[in-house]
Design a protein around this ligand. Structure first.
Ligand code: AMP
Length: 417
């Protein structure tokens, strides 16, 4: 189906073409008409499916049909789990907003940047506000903005927000906005808790799922290489040389590991940087921009980057350390093979990780052939599990796992505010 069948204005269609959007993705084909019919939607959409444009385009179309006279009023509120996703969604509104006769004013409301400037931008006039929930509530508490004209509430990557103690924040947000509004929910998964949240927001909702397509993962060549943990760095260097990748995203278990390895790679002459929640917002933005501009070849990151970030042309995603959950595995590897491209995702595993990787394979419904690379073979024996000893990672949480999880949640919470 072409975009011309979706009741979008000619100018918007021309701008889509200019940006190489030639055909709607499955989620866009389903969601755009429903939004234009003013329905509430709960969409199950993987990152990389084109979900952002599925709400940005029809919302812009509706703003176009009903332009604001005089001073701008906040008509659209989009809540996202991270600062980076907020900036990206705002960018998409600005990009396609160019097609409107009256270009929408878009303000990003995120932590890590001066709140005063954000309030000033809102007061100057704002049609579309894209925000992380923590900072949104901070701004709300200053009582300097009115939300009574709000028409759309969008929750993007809503399941990721569940980890951030979002439910209580949402109550305060719903108190502050009009009851009559159009609600759009986007989430990769719908666990019980997510359905509770959805219930709070809307009663009459149309569910949309395009899961059966899962086009992105299919285009990703997934590999798993067995290697001793101490040889992962040299194996990575070997692969970089052999495959001649120009841009690689490497996932590590924690912040310190990303800093350490990036430094080691820089010493060896690679253009490598680290990315994690300890960096200032300016540093985070700068690193992402440099990576996008291909000025950084290897970016070592924690899971903070694994959701929603659009960077085209990542040749390979490496799981230097495995992700904790199968859902994170899909999100991580979805960073490569963005719309229409293909990509490679490689996981490094040693004896210790075999059980955990099996679980990832089972939950992701994949079965990969384990490879060994000459010169970097996995040696030694798999540790024997005595009855009653600690379970494999990912099956039952150990005390250490729980502590680590609490720390990760704290990191995520800080990054969102
Ligand atoms: P998203 O799932 O919203 O994160 O989008 C993933 C990537 O696909 C982004 O880089 C978009 O710019 C791109 N994209 C979304 N829809 C289309 C489309 N219909 N045609 C081409 N690229 C698209």
């Amino acid at each position: 189906m072409p975009f011309s069948k979706l009741n979008l204005s000619n100018k918007l269609q021309m701008l889509l073409k200019k940006n190489n959007y030639h055909q709607p993705t499955a989620i866009q084909e389903r969601v755009i008409p429903l939004v234009l019919e003013q329905k509430d939607i709960m969409a199950q959409a993987q990152t990389g499916s084109g979900k952002t444009a599925s709400f940005v385009l029809p919302i812009l179309e509706m703003l176009n049909q009903n332009p604001t006279e005089g001073k701008r009023k906040i008509k659209v509120l989009i809540l996202t789990p991270t600062r980076e996703l907020t900036l990206q969604v705002a960018q998409s509104f600005r990009l396609f907003g160019e097609a409107l006769a009256s270009k929408p004013k878009v303000v990003s409301v995120i932590g890590g940047e001066g709140i005063g400037e954000q309030i000033y931008a809102i007061q100057k006039g704002c049609d579309v506000m894209v925000a992380t929930s923590g900072r949104f509530l901070d701004v709300l508490s200053k009582k300097q903005m009115t939300l009574k004209h709000l028409e759309f509430l969008v929750l993007d990557e809503a399941d990721k927000m569940l980890n951030l103690g979002f439910s209580e924040e949402l109550d305060a947000i719903l108190e502050a906005i009009p009851r009559k509004r159009q609600n759009l929910l986007f989430s990769a998964t719908y666990p019980e808790k997510m359905l509770e949240i959805a219930n709070k927001i809307t009663q009459e909702v149309i569910r949309v799922s395009v899961k059966e397509d899962e086009p992105i993962v299919i285009r990703i060549e997934q590999r798993v290489i067995e290697v001793n943990p101490e040889n992962r760095g040299s194996l990575l260097r070997y692969l970089l040389k052999k495959e001649k990748w120009k841009r690689v995203l490497v996932f590590m278990a924690n912040r310190r590991a990303t800093d350490n390895i990036a430094q080691k790679f820089r010493k060896r002459g690679y253009i490598a940087e680290s990315f994690h929640g300890d960096l200032s917002q300016d540093d985070r933005n700068y690193t992402i921009e440099e990576f996008k501009k291909r000025k950084i070849q290897i970016l070592f990151s924690t899971d903070i980057i694994s959701r929603g970030l659009h960077i085209e042309g990542i040749d390979c995603v490496i799981n230097f350390d495995l992700p904790r959950s199968p859902a994170d595995y899909i999100h991580r590897i979805g960073r490569t093979a963005r719309a229409g491209e293909s990509g490679v995702a490689i996981s490094f595993i040693g004896h210790e990780e075999k059980g955990h990787f099996k679980l990832i394979e089972k939950r992701s419904q994949i079965k990969l052939k384990h490879e060994q690379i000459k010169g970097y073979e996995l040696t030694g024996e798999a540790p024997k599990r005595v009855k009653g000893s600690a379970p494999i990672k990912g099956k039952k949480k150990s005390k250490k796992d729980k502590l680590r999880e609490a720390k990760a949640k704290e990191e995520a919470r800080n990054s969102g505010r």
